[in-house]
Design a binder for this molecule. Structure first.
Ligand code: SF4
Ligand code: SF4
Length: 461
């Protein structure tokens, strides 16, 4: 059934009008460009950085180890990731309470990749008006060539993105070799195509629709806003009534506000909205409309800031409280959690030992009245450096240890199993006993760990 509202709106599912955001220059655009270069640079370059014979950042799922430069996270360290996620969520709350959708405007992958695709589109098809003209033009040879070149650029960039993504999980140099020989495995092929395809569709076609219809953050962000949150806003007290006028004309004499109704703020908007209608959930806070309006204000000789970062209180002429209890609580929690994480990571024990009894033989009686038990001692070196370890045993008088020593070499982020024989004089035993096996790095005495094991004696039979 069609309701009056849906009739007015043109139906529940109106066809999407492609948005051609106008290119803009200005201080916020420069910030966005810098942010995009830095973030893209980090994403594409990091997998190629070597670190002591391995890839600096590698999420090695088969080995269940995450290498992040000098840090190697083992399955038992994965609570750090949960901790990191809590910090990320809290950062989002903090920055949203402070300055609205900062993340969306400057750092969201959807924004950054869409911006990159827009650059490629402008590079091949020209300015906004040239793109619109080309879209309406018949399919001539030039149109086919331009559209084809754009698609080629987009697809190549998307595949490179998919390849880089997989390069975080598979050593990227090996992956590059496999790709050049067209011999990647089924999983690598799937993920390169899947991630590349998602980039191509999201940044090339869906663009603002991802923000409008798919991103949950757009829906709940308003719950984190209050009247002291900095948002991008149009000062309608100053701007209205809007209207065109000649340069040098006093707007007040004509009964006009400062908005010259040039619509540049709408033309530069990547989500196609008119900020003059007030704060809308579609606004990703990219600040392009601020740059556009400031440029217009400069041209007509009015003060900048008709569209600006301001708070609701600021717009109403009331005192602003950008720093307030809520932001202080978020900031304090963030600092405490981040400091706690840094301390825990830097002070965690990077070596561990696991002692497993050889189940094939309970004990052996050796010459000289000694009783021997055999163990497999596993040395875990979670450090980013290789180390030599000495193994010692204690717990009963006259205890002796015998292994292929005097030290055991364990590579960075490796586990090394060592067969160890432990002997105890029989007269020191009154049945089975608990003994302690310890390991200690010979070059770093602070790297040590120990574990308990059960020593089986003949009287246990
Ligand atoms: S850019 Fe500024 S002056 Fe032009 S329409 Fe938008 S608000 Fe008005
Ligand atoms: S309204 Fe302004 S800040 Fe919001 S998305 Fe559009 S251009 Fe960006």
């Amino acid at each position: 059934m069609t309701t009056p509202e849906t009739e007015l709106d043109g139906g529940l599912y109106a066809a999407r009008q492609k948005i051609y955001p106008r290119e803009i220059e200005g201080r916020f655009q420069r910030l966005r460009t810098i942010a995009a270069w830095v973030l893209l640079g980090i994403f594409y370059v990091i997998p190629w950085i070597p670190w002591h014979g391995r890839q600096a950042v590698l999420f090695d799922l088969p080995a269940r180890k995450f290498h992040i430069f000098a840090l190697t996270l083992w399955p038992q360290d994965f609570y750090f990731l949960t901790w990191l996620l809590v910090i990320a969520a809290l950062s989002l709350f903090f920055f949203t309470a402070l300055a609205g959708r900062l993340f969306c405007g400057y750092a969201c992958p959807q924004t950054v990749w869409t911006e990159t695709f827009l650059w490629m589109e402008r590079f091949v098809e020209g300015s906004r008006s040239q793109q619109m003209k080309l879209a309406k033009a018949p399919w001539t040879r030039e149109k086919i060539l331009r559209k084809g070149a754009k698609q080629l650029l987009w697809i190549s960039f998307s595949l490179w993105t998919g390849f880089t993504f997989v390069g975080y999980f598979t050593p990227i140099k090996e992956l590059a070799g496999l790709v050049t020989q067209f011999s990647t495995g089924p999983w690598e092929t799937f993920w390169v195509l899947f991630y590349g395809g998602a980039t191509y569709v999201n940044a090339g076609f869906m663009r603002e629709q991802v923000c409008k219809y798919m991103c949950p953050y757009a829906r709940f962000q308003s719950a984190m806003f209050d009247k002291d949150t900095l948002v991008i806003t149009y000062d309608d007290t100053r701007g209205e009534p809007r209207g065109a006028r000649k340069k040098g004309v006093d707007p007040k004499a004509k009964g006009l506000g400062d908005c010259v109704d040039c619509t540049l703020c709408v033309q530069v908007c990547p989500t196609g909205i008119d900020i003059r209608k007030g704060l809308q959930y579609e606004c990703i806070a990219c600040a392009a409309c601020i740059d556009a309006c400031d440029e217009v204000m400069d041209k007509v000789g009015y003060p900048r800031g008709l569209i600006r970062y301001d708070t609701q209180h600021g717009i109403e002429g009331k005192p602003k409280h950008v720093v307030r209890p809520r932001t202080i609580v978020y900031a304090t929690l963030l600092i405490l959690l981040s400091a706690g994480l840094a301390w825990t990571i830097t002070h965690r024990n990077v070596v561990a030992v696991d002692i497993i009894r050889d189940r094939n033989a309970l004990y052996r009686e050796r010459p000289g009245g000694m009783v021997e038990n055999v163990y497999n001692v596993k040395l875990l070196n979670k450090d980013g450096q290789e180390h030599e370890f000495a193994i010692t045993a204690s717990g009963l008088p006259g205890i002796e240890i015998d292994y292929a020593g005097p030290t055991v070499w364990v590579g960075a982020g490796q586990v090394q199993g060592v067969p160890v024989r432990i002997r105890i004089p029989e007269d020191a035993l009154e049945g089975g006993a608990d003994i302690e096996v310890a390991i200690q790095a010979t070059d770093r005495p602070d790297l040590k760990a120990s574990g308990k094991a059960r020593f089986i004696a003949p009287t246990d039979d």
